[in-house]
Structure formats: C-alpha cells, structure tokens
Design a protein around this ligand. Structure first.
Ligand code: GLU
Length: 455
C-alpha cells in the first residue's frame, strides 16, 4: 500500500489550501488524503466557471463528514473467549438522499480507509442519478477462518450498536469486502429483532427470498464491464475477441469475468491475495466459482484442475499482455510499474472494478500513455446503483425480473459514461473520465447542498 499522497502542484492556490487543511485535520489517513486529492485536483475549472462554490465553501463542507461513529464490538468466539473489534460508520453526505454505502470487514480497516471509501461514495452515488447520499462503514474484524457461528455473533454485536444510527430514510448499509449475503442476513435479522420492524429498505444486498433484488450480486462486476464496453466503443473497439485480465476473485471480479466472457472476451488472468493464475485457454469461471464461492479456497487450487493454466506468486498479473484490464481486488493494487507494463503491452482500457485500485502514479502513467482510464467512482457504480433499485422495489413492495433489473443497470452505466464523457468535453479535456466523473458528481452534490442552506 502506497503511503505517498498527491502534491498540490496540480491545484490552484485556493484549492491547494483546502487540500492542505484536509491533510492537517486528518493526520495519519493517507488513503483519505489520496481520495480527496484525486477529486480536488480536477476541480479548478469548475471553481473558475462557478465562483459561488468557493463563496459557499461547499468543497470544505464536503470534505468534512456530517457524522462519524466509532464503536466497540465485543463478542464471544467458539472457544468462549472474549474478542473485541473496532467498528466505524462514517455518514459523509446526505445532500442527495440517505447515507448509502457498504460495510467492509477486513483487518486493514481503520478510520482512514472508511473515510476514503465514504468520500468516494458521495460522488459515485451522485453519478448514479439515484436519490442516495454517501456513507461507509466496517470493522477490523477478519471473517477469514471464522465459523458461521462466530460470524453471526460478531454481526449481532455489531448491529446492536449500529441499529440506532440506521433507517431506510437515514442510513442504508450494504456489503463490501468481507460482507456478503451471509453477513447481510445476520445483520438484517438483528436489526429486525431489536427494532421490531420489518424495514426491508434499511439494508441492501439482501437474500432473494426476503427483500433482495435480482442482479444485485452481479451488479458491480456487470456494471464495470458495461462501462468498459462504452469506453471501448468510444475508441472504435469492443470486447469481442479482446484479451482481458481481472484482478481479484471475489464478487466484483467473478461477475466482471462472466459479463466480459458473455460479450466475447477472452479473460486470461485472475488473482487473490496469495498470487495469480494465467490461463491461455481462457478462464474457466465455473471452476473459479467452485473454489471461491463453495470451497472458500485459494485461487492456486485452480491449476490442479486445469493443465492450460499456471499459478504464480512472482511478478504480477499486470505483466500479462491484455487489451482491457479490470482491477477488481482492492485499493492501491496497481502501481506505476504495472501501469507502464500494461501500456507497453498494448492495453487500451483500464476500468476500476474495485475502489481506488490504481495508485495516483499509475493513473498518471496510463493517462500519459493515452490508455483510457475509468475511475472506480464511475466504473464500479453499478453495485450501489442496483442497491438503489433494491430500495425502490422494497418501497413499492415489488420484485422486478432479472431482465428488467439488468436493463436498468445497463441504462444507468451508459448514462454515467455519457455524463463523464460530455462533462470532460465541456471542460476542455475530452477522454478524461477522472475529470468528468469528479466534476459531474461534485456539481450535483454541491448544488443540492447550497439549496439546503448552511447546514
Ligand atoms: N460497497 C459497494 C460500493 O463500493 C456497494 C455499496 C452499496 O451497495 O451500498 O459501492
């Protein structure tokens, strides 16, 4: 993980001061600084065109979370020992709707990670065009190697504190790394028990039999591929016959591979935290799903069943020559050297399935090499967009078909791509999706905040 944060060279003096204040007021949180830097460094043209944003101090307000909750989660493991974790919910911005964003359970979680994710979520959620504000939460609890009973007791203790801050009109958590259908089930059960309310819209990513939406599981991966497809179309290319690599092998990666393959791509590499596999015959996704979703095993097991594949812990998945790269594992996984190798090997599109997987240096190298780069807050917005569709179905006490829901997801991704592309053109930097996404998201949030007064 890089500790380097951006410089102020690419901002005007006023925006540079705002960014410096964020660093000073939030010490020891490099991922949060990095996320803020990425946004602030693209906003100079907006402030030049609309000086009232500066008068209203709207950027300073956006950088300060509306509310931050930090709490203790005590629970009993299977040996009847007491364990104690730390948990967070950062309710960042509610200008466009209730706080919305996932929960991450991973040992690397601390306040800075949740703030970076919550900050990204504000703009991502705005880009979906759905009525959702931005928030994020999680805990340093590591579900790996824990029994179902331990995960359940942890989730119950976590919710015993968090429930008082939630509500379908207040704050609507969902999953993220380490939080899937099983955890959402335990969290929902405890919320229902404590509140005595069957409030379906209070959590998303629910099971299909009790208020969940079809396509929610697939949505982040599918959405990333829809976004990348639009990027390819823009440069006169397509997924058909393209070589693709997808890092990770969790929920986002698996469904990104599935959709890319459906569109005719040959996916040749995937990974997990231990190493990566390369399969020149094309990834056998059923096998990956059996290993990851059923056995909860390691990606290295893939090569036991596939002679066309090899597993490596040396070098990087990004050394494999591809036309499209979809980093879908975790933050800061794709570094400068990886970006240079991808560009040298002829990669034309990189779209982020994970949140902030490319380091700032990697993004700069890709952009300078004219590789189209889709930032996570646009490219992976399909997950949270489908969460908003789940809330919509819950509010109407309705269930949509798979086709209808997927069609809405696809429309939303096409619209986000269009918004990013036209905003980038409007601000004089065609093809700069980072600038387009940041400016389009920022304007929606800023305008709503100004309309609401100084609150
Ligand atoms: N954790 C996902 C994200 O990063 C989804 C959040 C949600 O559905 O609320 O956008």
């Amino acid at each position: 993980m890089t500790k380097k944060v951006g410089t102020m060279a690419d901002m005007g003096e006023d925006l540079g001061k705002i960014y410096q204040t964020v660093i000073d007021r939030n010490p020891g949180e490099p991922e949060f600084h990095q996320a803020v830097h990425e946004v602030v460094s693209t906003l100079t043209p907006v402030f030049e065109r609309h000086p009232h944003y500066a008068d209203q101090r709207v950027l300073e307000r956006i950088c300060e979370p509306e509310r931050q909750i930090i709490f203790r989660v005590p629970w009993m493991n299977d040996k009847n020992e007491i364990e104690i974790n730390r948990a967070f919910r950062v309710e960042f911005n509610s200008a466009l709707g209730p706080y919305k964003g996932g929960l991450r359970f991973h040992p690397s979680v601390y306040l800075g990670i949740i703030k970076f994710l919550g900050f990204e979520q504000i703009f991502k959620n705005a880009l979906t065009g759905m009525p959702i504000g931005g928030g994020k939460g999680g805990s340093d609890f590591d579900p790996k190697g824990r029994s179902d009973a331990e995960v359940m007791r942890f989730c119950q203790s976590f919710m015993t504190e968090l429930y008082r801050h939630m509500g379908e009109y207040t704050d609507v958590p969902a999953g993220d790394i380490g939080v899937g259908g099983r955890e959402i089930g335990y969290l929902f059960g405890q919320y229902k028990r404590i509140t005595n309310r069957y409030e379906s819209g209070v959590l998303t990513g629910k099971g299909l039999g009790w208020g969940g939406s079809l396509v929610r599981t697939e949505a982040t991966g599918y959405g990333t591929v829809f976004f990348a497809r639009e990027m390819l179309t823009k440069i006169g290319q397509s997924f058909d016959g393209a070589r693709v690599s997808v890092s990770g092998s969790g929920n986002v990666a698996i469904y990104a591979v599935q959709k890319a393959q459906e569109l005719g791509a040959k996916v040749v590499a995937m990974s997990d935290s231990g190493g990566y596999i390369v399969d020149e015959a094309g990834i056998d996704l059923d096998l990956v799903r059996e290993i990851k979703e059923v056995r909860r095993g390691r990606i290295s097991e893939y090569v036991d069943a596939r002679s066309s594949a090899h597993y490596s812990t040396e070098g990087s998945l990004w050394d494999v020559p591809v036309t499209v790269a979809l980093p879908s594992a975790t933050q800061n996984e794709l570094h400068a050297q990886h970006a240079a190798t991808l560009a040298k090997n002829g990669c034309v599109v990189v779209a982020e399935g994970a949140n902030m997987p490319c380091t700032p240096e990697a993004t700069t190298i890709l952009t300078e090499a004219k590789v189209a780069f889709g930032p996570g807050k646009a490219a992976n917005a399909g997950g949270v967009a489908t969460s908003a569709l789940e809330m919509q179905q819950n509010a109407a006490r309705d269930n949509w078909t798979f086709e209808q829901t997927e069609r809405r997801l696809e429309e939303i991704m096409v619209d986000i791509h269009e918004a990013c592309a036209t905003t980038a053109e409007d601000y004089g930097d065609p093809g700069n999706y980072v600038l387009g996404a940041n400016i389009a998201g920022f304007i929606d949030v800023a305008d709503a905040m100004i309309a609401h007064g100084v609150i």
